[in-house]
Ligand binder design. Structure first.
Ligand code: NAD
Length: 346
């Protein structure tokens, strides 16, 4: 196989981030782009605003040699496309993922992979029938600091877990995106589903399935009906405290923060304002060296490599554990809505 031919659907914040990464990858070539907005189809990303990263969106993207479509479904039927990469608003993920799998394409789809459980189950059924690869944009699983901590923790280096906390605090993104769709809780699922999902997924990924969740949240703080700030306790049977907080409620001038602290019997690993460090109980303080890159780069480079070389892309994720995380998010929403602890139905 020559270069892996990418068809990208949606050129907003995430689509333009993916676009630039594919441009850097030797084995990838963007051959097609679909977006409902004609300015995006012309490479004009000047309207794109993100809460993390510092791309210069005043410079148009180079669309030379890239076919354009208004509809993602037309792009999916393009025989020159090997991988369909889906970066449109969340409610449209399921239809496009299923159509692309049915068309025999490999699929990289942004998170949340579905908007609700019914869509998640439809995707699961389509994936079961498919012979192609499917990965989701669970970029935090591939983010160097989280990845290092995950590999060390799961190898037993730090000993048994005592407590863990994860935070994802964003400035408000109201007005930043296409049709302001994030501020419509029905479409985005609020900060609970859209952002906090990463940390819920980390909890599942690091520590396995919790039994239940207790969540408190602010609904409609800045959005229309979404949970804009959430704090969740994940209940395990072993006496640990595992907790995560996600928000997009602070003013736009507030810096973005993603951080974690995992306290174990032998050491505490944390990525916080003082940097990425491991504090050993014997007094040593270690500053692990990790690659200066993002989880977005790692996950896309890996997926392209897998498609090119026929390797099953299971390094960062398997469908079932991502689905578990999604079910945990659903339980968190129910807990916020009811004010009660909710047992998670896996
Ligand atoms: N992994 C991450 O870190 C991360 C970060 C941000 C967003 N996301 C996810 O990426 C997805 C896109 O978010 P975003 O921030 O890029 O949104 P955005 O609003 O910035 O971009 C959406 C783009 O899709 C286009 N579009 C809308 N509906 C379309 C359709 N039906 N067909 C084709 N094009 C369509 C819009 O014109 C726009 O260019 C969301 O699911 C979001 O949750 C992931």
């Amino acid at each position: 196989m020559g270069k892996v031919r990418i068809g990208l659907i949606g050129l907003g914040f995430m689509g333009s981030t993916h676009f630039r990464i594919y441009e850097e990858l030797e084995d990838a070539q963007i051959v097609a782009l679909a977006d409902v907005d004609p300015r995006k189809r012309a490479g004009d990303v000047s309207s794109v605003i993100g809460n993390i990263g510092n791309a210069d969106n005043s410079v148009p993207l180079d669309m030379t040699g890239i076919k354009t479509y208004e509809s993602g479904y037309d792009l999916i039927n393009d025989p020159d496309v090997d991988v369909v990469d889906i970066c449109v608003p969340t409610p449209d993920h399921a239809g496009l993922i299923i159509a692309a799998l049915k068309a025999g394409k490999h699929v990289m789809a942004e998170k949340p992979f579905a908007r609700d459980l019914a869509q998640a189950q439809e995707i699961k059924a389509a994936y079961k029938e498919a012979k192609t690869y499917l990965n989701f944009g669970m970029c935090v699983r591939a983010w160097p600091e989280y990845r290092y901590a995950y590999e060390q923790y799961t190898a037993g280096a730090y000993g048994k877990l005592l407590s863990a906390t994860f935070r994802r605090l964003s400035p408000s993104i109201a007005g930043n995106n296409w049709d302001d769709w994030f501020m419509d809780g029905k479409r985005s699922g609020g900060a609970l589903l859209d952002m906090h999902l990463h940390d819920t997924d980390q909890v599942r990924y690091f520590f396995g399935r919790p039994k239940a969740v207790t969540s408190v949240g602010v609904t409609g703080g800045v959005s229309n009906g979404g949970v804009d700030h959430v704090i969740t306790f994940f209940h395990y049977d072993n006496g640990t405290i595992v907790e995560a907080e996600g928000s997009w409620m602070a003013p736009k001038t507030t810096p973005f923060e993603m951080s974690f602290q995992i306290i174990c019997e032998k050491a505490t690993v944390r990525w916080m304002a003082d940097g990425f460090k491991v504090f050993w109980n014997d007094g040593r303080i270690e500053t692990p060296e990790v690659e200066a890159t993002t989880g977005w780069h790692k996950e896309l480079a890996y997926f392209v490599d897998c498609v090119k070389n026929g390797i099953t892309p299971d390094k960062y994720q398997d469908f079932e554990s991502v689905l578990d995380g999604f079910k945990m998010n659903v339980a968190e929403q129910e807990s916020v809505d009811t004010g009660k602890r909710v047992e998670i139905k896996y």
